[in-house]
Ligand binder design. Structure first.
Ligand code: HEC
Ligand code: HEC
Length: 317
């Protein structure tokens, strides 16, 4: 809402408040004095002189003192409150209170409280930290907050978003060693597979190379086309994916030859053809502007725990 704020409004709100308080005070003083009503002859009378329905009269009594006193107290309270707490918008108040400052102070106090905890985590090597259940419970909460919208709440990934629970290190795009995890989370990653349709000679080449890619992991394919595709692959793809399609972690080019691999974009003939034809560019956003090195260290340990634990990985999609 800040962008709608102009200082003129502060003065408008402040002056309306002050004018109302002063006006109420004058009004109260007015009602505190008893007006004396007189009859036609000029003699003081006890009523206001109004008569309804022939006999219904209004007595002329001032507000009871205690009642008037309560009103005065509310006005004094308002004046003191506004002097201390800056409800007048243009004046910050003697105490300089603001909800923004209160939030800053509270979160600073919270950070100061947990700082030693994170400092301890930071000193613990990632494989060791991954075995600490308290730390991993915090790591999981952080993962749910910052990462699950893309990687899934079980870190199992989905189309275009890698599964982070894979135990087989060879199947990772960039790797799941402690240093690589920290690097990935801190700096982010940009997978870059350019459109390769033209490089393999158009649609027939795309189909041939897709058959070859499927043959690598034992998926149904046309052998004659796969043979043609193999030559095309050596030419157009091996530079990134490796001569034996074993992948290249420096580029994030997936290993296409691992029979147990989980496909990032799908293993069907159509998805592979689509990948070759149009390329792919998965983007993992860098976290260094949002998360402290301590939090990144803890998150890396959490991912490490998921991808190194003995128990079975969550069901793949
Ligand atoms: C906006 C979506 C998005 C968010 C949020 C996100 N990621 Fe990613 N992440 C990706 C994508 C997409 C990739 C694959 C990058 C590529 O294709 O090269 C990826 C890749 C990774 C990898 C590398 C996987 C491999 O096989 O080497 C790790 C580790 C990772 N993310 C961890 C995290 C963690 C931890 C968080 C939370 C701090 C996070 N990601 C948040 C989209 C996201
Ligand atoms: C410039 C390097 C580069 C070249 C050349 C390249 N790729 Fe890729 N390829 C990648 C990268 C990087 C990814 C991962 C993209 C991402 O993470 O978004 C990828 C992804 C793929 C995938 C998706 C795998 C999955 O799990 O869904 C397939 C299939 C693939 N490449 C096949 C090929 C074929 C076939 C060729 C040759 C025609 C080729 N690539 C050429 C870098 C390359």
């Amino acid at each position: 809402m800040n962008q709608f704020y102009s200082p003129g409004w502060a003065f408008w709100i402040g002056s309306v408040t002050i004018v109302s308080i002063v006006a109420l005070f004058i009004f109260l003083r007015g009602t505190a004095k008893q007006t004396v009503f007189r009859d036609k002859q000029g003699n003081p009378i006890a009523t206001t002189g109004h008569v309804w329905d022939g006999d219904l009269q209004e007595f002329n009594n001032p507000l009871p003192r205690w009642w008037l006193g309560l009103f005065v107290i509310t006005l004094v309270f308002a004046a003191v409150y506004l002097a201390l707490y800056g409800g007048l918008a243009f004046y910050g108040g003697v105490l300089g209170f603001s909800s923004d400052k209160m939030y800053q102070q509270e979160s600073a106090a919270f950070d100061a409280r947990i700082e030693p905890l994170y400092a301890g985590y930071m000193k613990t090597p990632i494989p060791q930290l991954a075995a600490n259940p308290t730390a991993m419970a915090t790591g999981q909460r952080m993962f749910l907050t910052y990462c699950s919208q893309c990687h899934g709440s079980d870190a199992g990934g989905t189309k275009g978003f890698p599964n982070l629970t894979i135990k087989n290190a060879a199947a990772w795009l960039y790797g799941n060693s402690p240093d690589v995890l920290v690097q990935t989370i801190t700096e982010g990653r940009q997978g870059m597979m350019p459109p390769m349709g033209a490089a393999v000679g158009g649609a027939p080449g795309v189909t041939a190379v897709a058959n070859y890619v499927r043959s690598l992991t034992g998926l149904a394919h046309d052998s004659a086309l796969a043979v043609k595709g193999k030559a095309l692959f050596a030419n157009a793809c091996a530079a990134c994916h490796g001569a034996n399609a074993e992948g290249n972690k420096a580029l994030g080019a997936p290993n296409l030859a691992d029979p147990k691999r989980q496909w990032l974009f799908g293993s069907s003939m159509e998805s592979i053809e689509h990948t070759v034809e149009n390329g792919r560019s998965g983007h993992m956003p860098a976290q260094k502007d949002y998360l402290s090195p301590e939090k990144i260290h803890l998150l890396a340990a959490y991912i490490y725990s998921l991808s190194h634990a003995e128990q079975a990985a969550p069901a793949s999609r």
